[in-house]
Unconditional design. Structure first.
Length: 257
């Protein structure tokens, strides 16, 4: 972890109360590398301590905590990241994904109260550009309950390809993860790419053991020839000039390990 330049302020009285209240925290050019080794050990495990996130209710007596435990509560007036880099690697699978030129702006953070988030970045896999994206949404994070969600999601992206960037627009009502239930879900996903508009929903159960994914999707009526042309794919031989002129798809699929 390289923080680069950091700017922050803190209310001294809040430290004495055991509930640090920080002003806006601004990080310039931070670099963060998350790594999982061949034995499945993550380099961020245990950073919060055994009781991190558990805390006590706001307003509780700070002296009741054992030395070294996490503060009862904390808050930030805002968080900003400029020109950051975030990398994730996994020695077991060889995965190597990273975000470059990463910018982030978040509103007041006082977990588990929801806060607004905006971010933009360039994504790469093993150093090869995948594309650029801008994302905004409303975050709910409750580490103590292992429940996390992103609501009112909106993404505008450009996927990298040899023939030129491919624009993609995506919105979703909700992305969620519930650790106690060992599940994740995508609600109300809507995407537009290469003239194709689709809607989708998906849930994934038993994530840590034997994942089962149940998904549905449907498209609006579209012109397959135009979609193939936009994707740079040559159309197959057709019986006549009106073949693949109009189509509409819907499906449900279940995937199990």
């Amino acid at each position: 972890l390289v923080l680069g330049r950091i700017q922050a302020s803190v209310a001294t009285a809040s430290l004495l109360a055991g509930a640090p209240a920080l002003g806006e925290v601004r990080l310039e050019a931070p670099r963060l590398h998350l790594h999982v080794d061949r034995d499945g050990r993550a380099n961020w495990s245990g950073l919060g301590g055994a009781d991190a996130g558990a805390g006590t209710a706001a307003g509780s007596d700070a002296s009741a905590r054992e030395p070294g435990t996490a503060p009862a509560s904390w808050s930030l007036d805002g968080l900003a990241i400029e020109r950051g880099e975030l990398r994730y690697t996994d020695a077991r699978s060889g995965a190597d994904y990273s975000l470059h030129d990463w910018h982030l702006d978040a509103g007041r953070i006082a977990l588990p109260t929801p806060f607004d988030l905006r971010t933009r970045f360039e994504a790469r896999r093993a150093g090869v550009p995948l594309g650029r994206a801008q994302l905004r949404g409303r975050v709910t994070a409750d580490p103590a309950q292992a429940r996390h969600a992103l609501d009112a999601v909106a993404v505008d992206a450009e996927l990298a390809r040899e023939s030129g960037p491919l624009p993609v627009a995506l919105t979703a009502d909700r992305l969620e993860y519930a650790g106690a239930e060992d599940m994740a879900a995508i609600r109300g996903l809507r995407a537009t790419v290469a003239g194709l508009r689709l809607r989708a929903e998906a849930t994934a159960a038993r994530l840590s053991t034997a994942p089962v994914v149940d998904a549905t999707f449907a498209t609006e009526e579209f012109a397959p020839r135009e979609v193939l042309r936009a994707l740079g794919i040559a159309a197959p031989p057709m019986a006549g000039p009106r073949a693949l002129e109009r189509a509409q798809l819907s499906a449900r699929a279940t995937f199990a390990e």
